[in-house]
Design a protein around this ligand. Structure first.
Ligand code: SF4
Length: 461
């Protein structure tokens, strides 16, 4: 793995200043996961570094970049819908530059479709190309007609890319990129490439910078954070990295996502137990409660192993809560398989569940499997899963009433004059307090619940 340092491009900055009378505006929209949102913050940073401003309406932009997601069919259709809507804008504003990047843009059939059917799209580059954006834009501003790069995986990590964060108290901090797991339904390994971990010293430096800047919550990101460190000469694994980061003094909490159960170890659980800065919550995507389907998904664990990890975590970390991802309707899923999934959901008792109906992704192994289950059957199962989980979540939320908890005040509540805060376990509570508390921690007594939203009273004035 090669590690490079981002270089400011004075020539690109000069060219932008020459081409535009006033600083040009960029509209960046990221679809999909937190990793994409984090990439979007780096795209904004790189653009501001060469003189662009940022706007929040496409109509006001000189450059529109869609940072795309490929995880489900629906996500891609949404992007094409949005790009289609830009045709009229481009006709009105011929100098407008329209581009796509991110996971969807890192697939050859998508690049070909954009080349053929969207002639007004000027720029296409992959997930690994953020640091090259100044050079790509320079080529465009110097007159190159279209720049549609072929998908590529670079065995490179570029450090010190400028970042324009969305929040000044919650931060995304990527620790690694890519995935080597090849779950049979998942497109990620094909579009984000092989796992590559940032060096611990670079992560620690960025982490220290965030704490010093007053960030209250830092979420470590990776497709599978539990395989952090593979291939690094430092020989540190994810738990070691967590211990290292938690040596930084300050008033902050740390979250991380996503953990693959096959690599989630007792060492990780012991680390969560030992480090006060670590939220006592674990997002552990199980995907199915059927061993037959877990094997067909290439998940490399079975239900017994998964539940053993949950049990160990409950023993070691009092009050720990869990969330998960579940796919309904994987090709060949039987009523028996689905019943096993419902049973697992009842056994674990998740605080939150992110549920998806299987979406066929061209290029994945599962796309080749026969899928006889009618869509109607899948949506019925999804509804039964949601009903089961809602009942569990409402019960678990109600159990918290009467407790006093520390929350990060994130913004306004739904009721006039109320604010909303997030607990360690990712639940939110609404309470009366002055807006000056946004971005800080507060002690809240939980006085009630409305389904899975808690109601509370702020203990401080
Ligand atoms: S672990 Fe599996 S589901 Fe997650 S990104 Fe990797 S291949 Fe996809």
């Amino acid at each position: 793995m090669e590690f490079l340092d981002f270089q400011h491009d004075p020539a690109a900055e000069k060219l932008v200043a020459e081409v535009y009378a006033a600083p040009p505006m960029a509209y960046i929209h990221s679809f999909g996961c937190q990793q994409n949102v984090s990439d979007g913050e780096r795209i904004k940073g790189v653009l501001c570094d060469i003189g662009y401003g940022l706007c929040d309406r496409p109509e006001d932009a000189d450059l529109i970049l869609y940072n795309t997601c490929a995880v489900r069919e629906h996500a891609e259709q949404r992007v094409f819908g949005n790009v289609g809507a830009l045709k009229a804008l481009k006709e009105k504003k011929p100098g407008l530059i329209i581009g796509l990047c991110g996971c969807m843009a890192n697939q050859q059939h998508i690049v070909d479709k954009l080349r053929k059917s969207y002639p007004y799209v000027d720029l296409v580059f992959g997930v690994d190309g953020i640091d090259t954006l100044p050079q790509l834009l320079s080529q465009k501003l110097e007159g190159k007609k279209r720049i549609l790069l072929a998908p590529a995986q670079r065995p490179v990590i570029v450090e010190h890319i400028p970042v324009r964060r969305e929040s000044d108290f919650r931060a995304w901090l990527p620790i690694m990129y890519g995935c080597d797991n090849f779950c049979t339904y998942c497109i990620v390994p094909y579009v984000r490439g092989r796992e590559k971990s940032r060096r611990p010293a670079d992560i620690l430096a960025e982490f220290k910078g965030l704490v010093a800047a007053g960030y209250k919550e830092i979420t470590l990101l990776g497709q599978n954070v539990n395989s952090y460190g593979k291939g690094l000469e430092e020989g540190m694994d994810f738990s070691d990295l967590l211990h290292l980061l938690c040596t930084v003094p300050g008033d902050y909490r740390v979250r991380f996502m996503t953990s693959h159960p096959k690599d989630a170890s007792r060492k990780l659980i012991d680390t969560i137990a030992a480090e006060p800065h670590l939220c006592k919550h674990l997002h552990l995507p199980v995907q199915s409660g059927s061993d037959r389907l877990l094997a067909a998904m290439n998940r490399h664990y079975n239900v017994e192993q998964y539940l053993a990890l949950i049990d160990y975590a409950r023993q070691r970390v009092p009050g720990i809560t869990f969330s998960s991802d579940i796919i309904v309707g994987f090709p060949g899923e039987t009523e028996e398989d689905f019943a096993a999934t419902l049973a697992l959901v009842k056994t674990v008792g998740y605080m939150q569940l992110f549920t998806f109906i299987y979406s066929k992704r061209e290029g994945t192994k599962a796309a080749l499997l026969p899928d006889p289950t009618p869509r109607k059957e899948k949506t019925d199962r999804m509804q039964r899963l949601l009903d089961t989980q809602d009942a569990i979540a409402i019960e678990k939320t109600a159990e918290l009433v009467g407790k006093t908890v520390r929350v990060l005040v994130e913004g306004y509540g739904r009721e006039e004059g109320t604010l909303s805060g997030r607990l360690d376990n990712n639940l939110t509570v609404e309470f009366l307090a002055d807006e000056s508390k946004i971005g800080s921690y507060a002690e809240i007594e939980l006085t009630g619940a409305r389904a899975t939203v808690l109601l509370g009273q702020c203990k401080e004035a």
